[in-house]
Design a protein around this ligand. Structure first.
Ligand code: BTN
Length: 325
């Protein structure tokens, strides 16, 4: 990955660079350069190669940078966030924080990576995480010791992400699928994975992972087995991931603070605006059971209310919702 990063950094000015000049900088042969360019193309980057001129990157690229992200954060947010790390490559940003959850003393802390080799989704699924195109962000957060009720947390994080996305003026409505999937035009744009380790007597700690398809194109995403969309496809332009990351960190921390003090109640109305399945026939996979019925919104604790096909009203805490066409 380091060689790939160097290649993309050389090409990031959008000018032509000869195979020879690139080879000299990377200390590899011209055939090696050709192979690396092929790797970059397979990863999803559009690179033009013209004989005697060399190679040129067709879309702008900027790498994640803690310095740039910090420059977009307010002073208050910067002083609240105790640590921000950027990785070029990692198995999973959530796994990284989870495995060290009891070691870290600087909390809240956030990390992002250009690539995840084992990006994880909900219910053991994979999260496709190609190099230098998307956001893979995890935040380690500690709640006040007095806080014991976390009902609705997933929904609150989805609302924070939706609020950041609203500022991008997307051409379609943002919709949230309970508990925390973000859809645009019925295609998944972003997913959230919230994990914790055990019970903490002096305040529960959670790892909040957010994946957003930002500049990903179809080239790099042939492995995704569900309808998806990226911000690049929606806006027809490359989105600054550093600014987006800063806005996410800011918004998620602000929402967590409010949730810590006031619980889910102040967020319920906002959820109703985004609710994707309200009034629809849905199926919920929950603890190896499948429940079918009509979605009737959420209750005060953020639980999904279902009117089952047997005319019972139930409220669901966890589960995977799909809708019937
Ligand atoms: C889902 O919709 O299934 C949840 C996807 C969560 C993906 C993010 S990317 C950053 C963090 N690290 C991971 O391995 N997963 C989450």
């Amino acid at each position: 990955m380091d060689k790939l990063k160097t290649l993309l950094t050389i090409l990031s000015d959008g000018e032509f660079h000869s195979g020879e000049a690139i080879g000299n900088e990377l200390n590899i042969t011209r055939a090696g350069v050709w192979k690396l360019v092929r790797q970059a193309k397979n990863t999803g980057f559009s690179i033009q190669g013209i004989s005697r001129q060399g190679y040129k990157l067709m879309q702008p690229i900027s790498f994640l940078s803690a310095k740039k992200i910090n420059s977009f954060l307010s002073d208050e947010c910067k002083s609240n966030l105790k640590c921000l790390e950027i990785f070029n490559e990692i198995d999973s940003t959530n796994t990284y924080l989870l495995q060290r959850i009891y070691e870290f003393s600087k909390i809240p802390r956030a990390c992002l990576s250009e690539l995840q080799t084992q990006g994880r989704g909900r219910r053991g699924r994979l999260w496709h995480s190609p190099y230098a195109q998307n956001i893979y962000l995890s935040l380690l957060w500690k709640f006040d010791p007095s806080k014991t009720d976390f009902q609705g947390l997933s929904l609150v994080i989805a609302l924070a992400v939706a609020n950041v996305l609203e500022k991008l003026n997307l051409p379609h409505e943002i919709k949230l699928k309970w508990p925390n999937d973000i859809f645009i035009a019925e295609k998944k744009l972003s997913g959230i994975l919230i994990e914790t380790r055990g019970e903490m007597h002096d305040g529960a700690q959670v790892v909040i992972g957010v994946g957003i398809n930002v500049n990903m194109t179809t080239r790099s995403a042939h492995k995704i087995n569900q309808p998806w969309i990226s911000l690049f496809q929606l806006l027809k332009k490359t989105v600054d991931r550093n600014k987006l990351a800063a806005d996410l960190i800011h918004e998620i921390m602000a929402y967590l603070k409010k949730f810590n003090t006031h619980g889910f109640t102040p967020f319920k109305k906002a959820w109703e605006k985004y609710d994707m399945t309200y009034g629809l026939a849905v199926k919920i996979e929950c603890h190896d059971n499948i429940i079918s019925g009509v979605a009737r919104g959420i209750d005060d604790a953020g639980r999904l209310q279902i009117e089952t096909n047997e005319n019972n009203k139930i409220a669901i805490n966890v589960g995977d919702v799909s809708w019937e066409d």
